[in-house]
Design a protein around this ligand. Structure first.
Ligand SMILES: Cc1cc2nc3c(=O)[nH]c(=O)nc-3n(C[C@H](O)[C@H](O)[C@H](O)COP(=O)(O)OP(=O)(O)OC[C@H]3O[C@@H](n4cnc5c(N)ncnc54)[C@H](O)[C@@H]3O)c2cc1C
Length: 483
C-alpha cells in the first residue's frame, strides 16, 4: 500500500481494458471524487468507470498488479467515508452499470446491476404492482451496490427489515479479479451464508456486480399520520408507547424543531414551525387493518400530549409529508454551511434519556444539533451544525460527535445503526469489539483474498500503515483536514 505516483503503464493498461474516456487521472478531474456524503476526504489517484463485470475484474487485476489500493464507489452518498480513497489508489465507480437485467414478476425478484438507483428499481417494477422495500432517505440517488455494501436501512425498514432481508444472491468480483456468485434464487441454500456476509461488509471484501433482490407487493392501503408535539421528549415517549402497544407501523420517523426550521421554508410540506417535534407514522396493509392501526396510533399520540394529529388525505398529500422527511438532510444546507451527520442506535425505550444527553453535548460545545431519525428503530441521526471555515471548529465537532457515540454505547446501543463504520468510526470499534473479535474479522477479510490494499483504512481500527499514509495525506490538506 503506497501513495507513490501511479505508473504511466498502469493508466495505459486501464485505458486499454476499459476505454480512454472512462479512466480519469488528471488532478482537476480527481478532486470531484474527494468526498462522499460526510466530512472525510481523500483524493483518488485514478478513477475508472467500468461498464461490465469483465471491466471491473480487469480494473481490479491491473490495480493489484501495480500494488494500487482499490476502492469501490456507488453514488457517493455514504455517510461514513466508505467510498473515500483514504490513501489514494483506484476508485472503481459503478454508476454506469445501471441496468435492470430481469424482473421475475411471479417469483417477485429482480436481477440488477450495482449502479441501479434505489428508487429507479421501485419505479420500474411499479407497473407490476411491486416495489423494492428498503428505502434509504437518499433513495433518489444511492445505488443498490452501495445499499448492499452498507446494509442500508430506511424509514420503511421498521416493518420490513433492512437490505439483508431483501437480497437473495450476489455476483462478486474478488480482490484478485475472480468473478463468483454467492447465494441464488431460492432461500435457505446449504453452506455458509456468504450473501449475508457480503451484505454490510462496506466494500471491504469484494465488489458487487449484480444483485438478485426480493420485491414486495404494493400494499392495498397506506395511511400516513403527522403527530405534532410541543417537545421532543413527548414525541420520543410516544414512539415507545406505539410499539409497546403491539403496533409495528411500516414507518415511524422523528423530525425535530431545527429540522422543521430548515425544511418548511424550503419545501412547504406543512410541518408547523412552532412545534418541538413531529412524528411521521405510516401504517400499511389491508384497508380494514390500516384503519384500526391508524386509529390506535392517533389515540396513543393524543394520550401522550400530541397537540394535533393530522392524516394525509390522498397520495399527493402523503408524498408532501414524506418529501419533508426525505429532503431533511439536504435542507440543513439552508441553515448551516456545514453539518456532521451522526448515526447511532439505542434501545427504543432509552430515546428520551439519550436525546436529552445529546442536547446537553450541543449546549456544552456551543453547537446547534438538529435531529431527524428512524425513531421506531431507535436509530438516531443528530446533525451537528458548524462552519468549517472557523479554525478548529471541525475538530470540536468531531469531539462532540465522539461524545454522542459514547452516550449511545453507554445506553446499551452501538456506534452505527445503518451508515456503517467506514473511515469515520473505525477507532470506535474497540468500544464494542474485543481484539479477538477484530482479529477474527481481519482473518475473514484475508480469507476473501482482500488484503490491506482493498478499500484500505475502513472498518478496522487505524493500523500503523494506514496511520502513516494518512498523515501524509493530511499534510497535503493542511492542519484542519479531517480524514
Ligand atoms: C441525505 C441522505 C440520507 C440518507 N439516508 C439514509 C437512510 O435512510 N438509510 C441508510 O441506510 N443510509 C442513508 N444514507 C447513507 C447512504 O445513502 C447509504 O449508505 C447508501 O447505501 C450508500 O449508497 P451509495 O451508492 O451512495 O454508496 P457509496 O457512498 O458510493 O459507497 C458506500 C459504501 O459502499 C461501498 N460500495 C459501493 N458500491 C459498491 C459495490 N458495488 N460493491 C461493493 N462495495 C460497494 C463503498 O466502498 C463504500 O464503502 C443517507 C445519505 C444521505 C446523503
Amino acid at each position: 500500500m503506497s501513495l507513490s505516483p501511479v505508473p504511466v503503464a498502469a493508466i495505459e493498461e486501464l485505458k486499454r481494458a476499459l476505454s480512454p474516456d472512462r479512466v480519469l487521472s488528471e488532478p482537476g478531474d480527481l478532486v470531484v471524487f474527494e468526498y462522499d456524503g460526510t466530512i472525510e476526504r481523500g483524493v483518488p489517484q485514478v478513477v475508472v468507470f467500468p461498464d461490465t463485470v469483465e471491466e471491473v475484474s480487469a480494473a481490479v487485476r491491473i490495480a493489484g498488479k501495480y500494488g494500487l489500493p482499490v476502492v469501490p464507489r456507488g453514488a457517493g452518498t455514504g455517510l461514513s467515508g466508505g467510498a473515500v480513497a483514504a490513501v489514494g489508489g483506484v476508485l472503481v465507480v459503478l454508476t454506469r452499470m445501471k441496468r435492470i437485467l430481469e424482473v421475475d414478476v411471479q417469483n417477485m425478484t429482480a436481477l440488477v446491476e450495482p449502479g441501479v438507483v434505489n428508487l429507479d428499481l421501485s419505479k420500474a417494477v411499479a407497473k407490476h404492482g411491486l416495489y423494492y422495500a428498503p428505502d434509504p432517505s437518499s433513495q433518489r440517488a444511492c445505488t443498490i451496490g452501495g445499499n448492499v455494501a452498507e446494509n442500508a436501512g430506511g424509514p420503511h425498514c421498521l416493518a420490513y427489515g433492512v437490505t439483508t432481508n431483501h437480497v437473495l444472491g450476489l455476483e462478486l468480483v474478488l480482490a484478485d479479479g475472480t468473478v463468483v456468485w454467492a447465494g441464488g434464487g431460492v432461500r435457505d441454500l446449504p453452506g455458509y451464508d456468504l450473501t449475508g456476509l457480503v451484505v454490510g461488509s462496506e466494500g471491504t471484501l469484494c465488489i458487487v456486480t449484480k444483485a438478485l433482490v426480493r420485491l414486495m407487493r404494493i400494499p392495498e392501503s397506506t395511511r400516513t399520520l403527522l403527530a405534532i408535539f410541543d417537545s421532543i421528549e413527548e414525541a420520543t415517549a410516544a414512539v415507545s408507547a406505539v410499539i409497546g402497544a403491539g403496533l409495528v407501523p411500516a414507518a415511524l420517523e422523528m423530525i425535530d424543531r431545527e429540522i422543521i426550521r430548515a425544511v418548511e421554508p424550503a419545501l412547504h410540506v406543512g410541518y408547523p414551525l412552532d412545534a418541538g417535534a413531529v412524528l411521521l407514522i405510516e401504517v400499511e396493509g389491508l384497508r380494514e387493518s390500516t384503519a384500526e392501526e391508524a386509529a390506535l396510533a392517533r389515540r396513543i399520540c393524543d394520550e401522550l400530549g400530541a397537540r394535533e394529529v393530522r392524516e394525509a388525505t390522498d397520495a399527493p398529500d402523503r408524498e408532501r409529508l414524506w418529501a419533508g422527511r426525505k429532503g431533511a438532510i439536504s435542507a440543513i444546507g439552508r441553515i448551516s454551511p456545514n453539518y456532521y451527520v451522526l448515526d447511532g442506535v439505542v434501545p427504543r425505550t432509552k430515546l428520551p434519556e439519550v436525546m436529552a444527553k445529546v442536547a446537553g453535548v450541543g449546549e456544552r460545545h456551543g453547537f446547534i444539533i438538529a435531529n431527524v431519525f428512524h425513531a421506531g428503530d431507535g436509530n438516531l441521526h443528530p446533525n451537528i451544525l458548524f462552519d468549517e471555515r472557523r479554525p478548529g471548529e471541525t475538530h470540536r465537532v468531531l469531539e462532540a460527535g465522539e461524545e454522542i457515540m459514547r452516550i449511545c454505547v453507554d445506553a446499551g446501543g452501538s456506534i452505527t445503526g445503518e451508515h456503517g463504520v467506514g473511515l469515520e468510526k473505525r477507532d470506535y470499534m474497540s468500544w464494542i469489539f474485543s481484539e479477538t473479535d477484530v482479529e477474527a474479522m481481519q482473518r475473514l477479510k484475508s480469507a476473501f483474498g482482500a488484503g490491506e490494499s482493498f478499500n484500505p483504512c475502513k472498518a478496522f481500527p487505524t493500523s500503523k500503515g494506514c496511520g502513516e499514509l494518512q498523515a501524509k495525506v493530511i499534510q497535503s490538506f493542511g492542519p484542519d483536514a479531517y480524514i
